[in-house]
Design a protein around this ligand. Structure first.
Ligand code: AMP
Ligand code: MG
Length: 423
């Protein structure tokens, strides 16, 4: 059976639809307050606000000596200025030590800088002996002093809600003293792999025609690589009964179901019909004008106002991971209150690509830089949808335009970074 191009949803439209549906499903998702130790990879449910000025007080950026500018006006390598050492301030001390002209105070990195100190001179430009310090350089006003509130003032928004918590974001939350912070609930995910030919790795010997199930393991890894909780995994042989049973179990207690295989137009592809006819899943789209991954299915299951998202991904090992990246990730991001940053990256195509017009080809590529510093993208070996090695070697996806039939070497082409640990 051939499918008319006009029956295919375009890639952009498919993503728009998914984000809209996931946005509607999200309204039912809750939030929870988690301790710092559990915040990594979650999404902020509220903006992070500055509870106080940051830095909280003027402090030193270096290990050095606090001075008055005028005292060092004539200091140089050959004729150092000599000041008397009046004391020292360490990180954690208070800043009540004042200096007068002719005096200096030792100040360590992060220690408060008293109001009387006009600059801090790095230890490297000084020599301390007994009660005096020699300065081999002058100083400018405010040098090496980190000012109170220079990064944030009390009440400022530090980061908005919907921010993915990576290490620096987590550091900011801790900087403002939060031991717990509200985040959106992580979606509960189930995976269904389908196929009579599949056996689990470790099983030997393989009968003729059997292959090892790689998709459920790769999909689980794709979920975990995003920092999401362990998905539940189900298997179904190629018959309506097993398909129904697996999806029924998968749909219970899940916010999002991802299946692999059985969603094309083969005699033994039962996913779409089972979802529609037996499980009350509403088909939102089926088949997208992309390569690989054309048979991808997206539907919604609603009962008692609870909306669940169902992705039927094609079974070929490259298609399943690419459609996870292209379609499931935006859903997972939206469900957690995040939004994708539009990032337009272009590169020069280092080798021509021939394709059939009508579908947007996501060619797997490596990135290099030309001698002039231009970003270049080159297709990896093994571009067929059953060749995982071509995806394993890929650092980026080359977006080869739907209508194009030939992209020549040297053409400018849109690319996206392929990062399994991020949305
Ligand atoms: P399907 O979409 O079910 O027609 O599967 C397309 C191709 O992907 C076939 O060659 C299947 O054998 C293969 N395939 C399907 N599921 C898996 C899986 N879980 N692991 C590895 N290969 C699979
Ligand atoms: Mg199959």
């Amino acid at each position: 059976m051939s499918v008319k191009q006009s029956e295919l949803t375009t890639y952009n439209e498919a993503v728009r639809i998914i984000v809209r549906q996931a946005g509607a499903a999200r309204r039912e998702c809750g939030k929870e307050a988690l301790p710092l130790a559990d915040l990594l990879h979650r999404f902020t449910a509220e903006p992070i606000l500055a509870a106080f000025d940051l830095p909280r007080f003027d402090n030193s950026a270096v290990d050095g000596y606090g001075v008055l500018i005028e005292d060092l006006a004539k200091a140089s390598e050959s004729s150092p200025a000599r000041l008397s050492l009046s004391g020292s301030i360490q990180a954690g001390d208070s800043a009540d030590l004042a200096i007068r002209s002719g005096q200096t105070v030792k100040i360590l990195t992060g220690a408060p800088v008293p109001p009387s100190v006009e600059a801090v001179v790095m230890r490297e430009f000084t020599r301390e002996s007994k009660d005096t310090v020699e300065f081999f350089t002058g100083a400018g006003p405010g040098e090496n002093i980190r000012r109170r509130g220079e990064e944030f003032q009390k009440g400022d928004q530090v980061l908005p809600a919907g921010q993915r918590i990576d290490p620096p974001v987590l550091g900011l939350i801790a900087s403002f003293g939060h031991a717990v912070f509200p985040v959106t609930e992580a979606p509960r995910i189930a995976i269904v792999s389908t196929g009579d030919e599949l056996v689990q790795p470790g099983t030997t010997p393989l009968a003729s025609g059997q292959i090892y199930d790689s998709n459920s393991h790769a999909l689980r890894a794709a979920v975990l690589a995003l920092g999401l909780p362990e998905p539940r995994i189900f298997h179904a042989g190629d018959c309506p009964e097993e398909t129904e049973k697996a999806f029924e179990s998968a749909l219970g207690d899940s916010d999002l179901v991802i299946s692999a295989g059985g969603v094309s137009v083969g005699d033994r592809d039962f996913v779409k019909a089972t979802l529609e006819d037996k499980l009350g899943v509403r088909t939102i789209f089926w088949r997208v004008a992309i390569k690989p991954g054309k048979p991808v299915y997206f539907g919604c299951h609603e009962t008692d106002g609870v909306k669940k998202l169902v992705f039927g991904l094609p079974g070929n090992p490259v298609s399943v991971l690419l459609t996870f990246h292209l379609f499931v990730k935006p859903a997972l991001l939206t469900l957690q209150g995040g939004a994708k940053k539009a990032r337009a990256l272009t590169a020069r195509l280092a080798k021509q690509v021939r394709k059939k017009p009508g579908r947007l080809d996501f060619v797997r590529g490596e990135m290099t830089s030309s001698q002039e510093g231009t970003l270049q993208a080159i297709p990896t070996h093994g571009q067929d949808s059953h060749m995982l090695s071509g995806l394993a070697a890929a650092e980026c996806l080359l977006h080869c335009r739907q209508e194009a039939s030939l992209l020549a070497e040297g053409d400018l082409i849109d690319i996206e970074i392929l990062d399994w640990t991020n949305y």
